[in-house]
Design a protein around this ligand. Structure first.
Ligand code: ARG
Length: 256
């Protein structure tokens, strides 16, 4: 039963893809004609996409906005729980998603991904003195956000104890801080920030896996995908990406 949540998430995504195969996603021409592009994100995954008061911000929000503007469009943001984002994409609720999705074979069955906008990994984070390595996870309770690659990869660790899923990544972090779990597995760059903010209570351990992160469009929307890839390439070469990455991470996080 350990895989039940992950399985359900995958099933929901595949069913949403199958049911929506007749519905038409907006092509690049249709988007261009309307003058506005609708972008979805979660808004609870700092420093990538999050709220400061009522203002949606973060590296991916700024990058998505820059891409929209570069394409000559007005940008409209939609926020959804992480687990609903790709399902809503298949229901044509928005044009693309930028929410730190790892490009996985499973997700590629349901959506198409743009070229990666950053490369990262899933990191082990615990209180000082707690588990640091993959081997240390044996018998331990691990907190992860639901529907993520962290969940899939933690479940693969031989001998891992209980895996607790949380609707938001920040809830999984809070469970670690409260001592309700031994470990939080989350994004390497988020982890660097959290460990710094909680100094000296937390420690950053091993990377459990590595992943490439990309924007998702509805499966088959090749005209939009082409525009996103070309606009991303522009931002990567004209200094906009480098500036944003420096501002949020103090380093350039593009895939090397
Ligand atoms: N990179 C991980 C994944 O692909 C986590 C993404 C979580 N994103 C978010 N907006 N909470 O599943």
């Amino acid at each position: 039963m350990k895989n039940a949540t992950a399985l359900l998430t995958t099933l929901a995504l595949l069913v949403s893809a199958a049911l929506s195969s007749n519905a038409q996603a907006r092509t690049w021409d249709a988007i261009k004609q309307s003058g506005t592009i609708k972008i979805a994100t979660e808004g609870a995954f700092p420093p990538f996409n999050y709220f400061v008061g009522k203002k949606l911000t973060g590296f991916e929000v700024d990058l998505g906005t820059a891409i929209g503007k570069q394409l000559g469009l007005k940008v409209e943001w939609v926020t959804q729980p992480f687990d609903n984002l790709l399902i809503g994409l298949n229901q044509d609720r928005y044009d693309f998603v930028i929410a730190s999705h790892g490009i996985t074979p499973e997700r590629l069955k349901a959506v198409d991904f743009a070229n990666p906008h950053y490369c990262t990994g899933g990191a082990v984070v615990s209180k000082v003195g707690g588990p640091k390595t993959v081997a240390d996870l044996k018998g331990k309770t691990v907190a992860v956000q639901v529907g993520t690659t962290y969940l899939d990869n933690v479940q693969k660790v031989a001998g891992v104890g209980k895996v607790s899923t949380f609707p938001k990544d920040t809830d999984a972090q809070a469970a670690l801080m409260a001592g309700r779990v031994d470990v939080w597995v989350g994004d390497k760059f988020s982890a660097l920030e959290v460990v710094k903010a909680q100094k000296p209570k937390l420690q950053l351990g091993d990377l459990l896996f590595q992943e490439r992160i990309g924007m998702a469009v509805k499966k088959g929307n090749s005209s939009l995908l082409k525009e996103l890839n070309s606009s991303l390439a522009t931002e990567l070469s004209n200094g906009v990406y480098a500036k944003l990455s420096g501002q949020y991470f103090g380093q350039d996080i593009r895939c090397k």
